[in-house]
Write a protein that binds this ligand. Structure first.
Ligand code: AMP
Length: 398
């Protein structure tokens, strides 16, 4: 893998695509700086070796040109403090000012560029815009895994202007290494736990994982499309009618190749989509008319925990129920605890996708699993077996 570990940055200007798309409050204070913090090791490695750094990122979704609330200048105080130096700022990511600031940058100095998405050309993957950005640095480093599934100017197209000098930063390197580990070289048994609201977002992942995993656990709202496919009664639970047939085919295919699919035996059903609604425990395929399944039931918790605890590799994406409501979080919490316990006994566990990351954090278990992916959509596409443009652009010789 072409990572920054294989490069010496002395005297070089590194143009780094980072993901500084952090949440800001009304006063433009950063409310969660984890994305910035994650990029610090990459920046420091370059500075420590006598290189200089030019940082480029998007922030929010500006509609038409520059908007103060999406300016990256709001990040300057935090970034300067975190790096222990005065970070310079270019009011435009391309153009004369950026060129002048970049060319006068000395070893050990850092320049932050204004929001890339103030130009439509960024998301369009415009080549001449990418070329203007490319003029700013000697070497290109991609450390924005969260946007690696997009063929944007700064995430993919730009790489062709650095045929021999394009590299992955530490965030990218870690994501690819850890996701690669489960996709290409998992210790067995390998169990994937998939949940969340919709089958539509997960069906490609399920199908790509079918011949890779030993066990596939299905929970969350999407389990009801599978239960319906098996002829069960699901009451008012979430359902994607147009996917029932594909769910049925998937179950048949799993049977043919010998992959064990584990579906809930029982469920917690509620009279309404509210934390204080009346609730009952019933068989997963016998949800009464007018009730909706909002969590896996206690028997299912035990079944899933047993399978998880006998695994050597675990991939978890998506909650088992509506874990945001305390009365329907037990299933998700029990899976989180089982994954953490199994990791403690030597298994490798990877947690990914927004809501399972939120769940593992909610239960304070993030340090007790092997790897928490920051990728979101990029991680899901990678697991679906898709080529990520941001990855391909750096790995292929052009
Ligand atoms: P996703 O973004 O597809 O991973 O879905 C995550 C969301 O699914 C969370 O907000 C959960 O509250 C929701 N969810 C999980 N289980 C259910 C369920 N049985 N019914 C409705 N929503 C659910």
């Amino acid at each position: 893998m072409k990572t920054i570990d294989n490069y010496h940055f002395q005297g070089k200007k590194a143009l780094i695509r980072v993901d500084f798309n952090v949440p800001l409050d009304d006063q433009f204070h950063i409310t969660d700086a984890s994305r910035i913090n994650a990029a610090i090791p990459t920046i420091n490695k370059i500075l420590d070796e006598g290189g200089s750094v030019i940082l480029m990122s998007h922030l929010g979704r500006p509609k038409e040109g520059p908007e103060d609330k999406f300016s990256l200048k709001h990040l300057l105080p935090y970034l300067s403090e975190k790096l222990g130096l005065d970070v310079q700022f270019a009011n435009d990511c391309v153009g004369q000012e950026a060129l002048d600031l970049a060319s006068s940058l000395k070893p050990g100095e850092v320049l932050l560029l204004e929001n890339l998405r103030f130009y439509k050309e960024e998301t369009k993957g415009d080549e001449s815009f990418a070329e203007k950005l490319a003029r700013l640095g000697d070497v290109y480093v991609n450390d924005a895994f969260g946007t690696a599934h997009r063929a944007h100017a700064s995430t993919a197209i730009i790489a062709s202007f650095f045929p021999d000098e394009k590299l992955f930063g530490y965030i990218m390197g870690n994501e690819l290494k850890n996701i690669g580990k489960i996709l290409h070289d998992p210790q067995r048994p390998f169990t994937a736990i998939l949940g969340g609201a919709k089958v539509s977002g997960k069906i490609e992942i399920i199908r790509n994982l079918l011949d890779k995993v030993d066990n596939l656990i299905i929970g969350g709202g999407m389990m009801f499309t599978f239960i319906k496919a098996m002829g069960g009664d699901i009451g008012n639970s979430l359902i994607e009618e147009d996917l029932v047939e594909l769910a049925r085919e998937t179950l048949v295919e799993a049977g043919n190749i010998g992959t064990r699919i584990l579906m809930p035996i029982d469920a917690v059903a509620a009279s309404a989509f509210e934390n204080d609604a009346e609730k009952i425990v019933c068989k997963a395929g016998e949800i009464p008319e007018g009730w909706m399944g909002l969590d896996i039931g206690p028997e299912t918790q035990l079944l899933f925990a047993d399978v998880i605890k006998s695994s050597k590799t675990l991939l978890w994406n998506g909650p088992m129920g509506v874990f945001e409501m305390s009365n329907f979080e037990a299933g998700t919490k029990s899976v989180a605890l089982a994954v953490a316990e199994t990791t403690g006994k030597g298994a490798f566990s990877l947690i990914g996708g927004g809501d399972s990351v939120a769940a593992i954090n909610k239960y304070g278990l993030a340090k007790q699993v092997s790897y928490v992916s920051t990728g979101g959509g990029a991680m899901l596409e990678y697991i679906e077996g898709k080529q990520l443009p941001g990855v391909v652009a750096v790995t292929t010789d052009q």
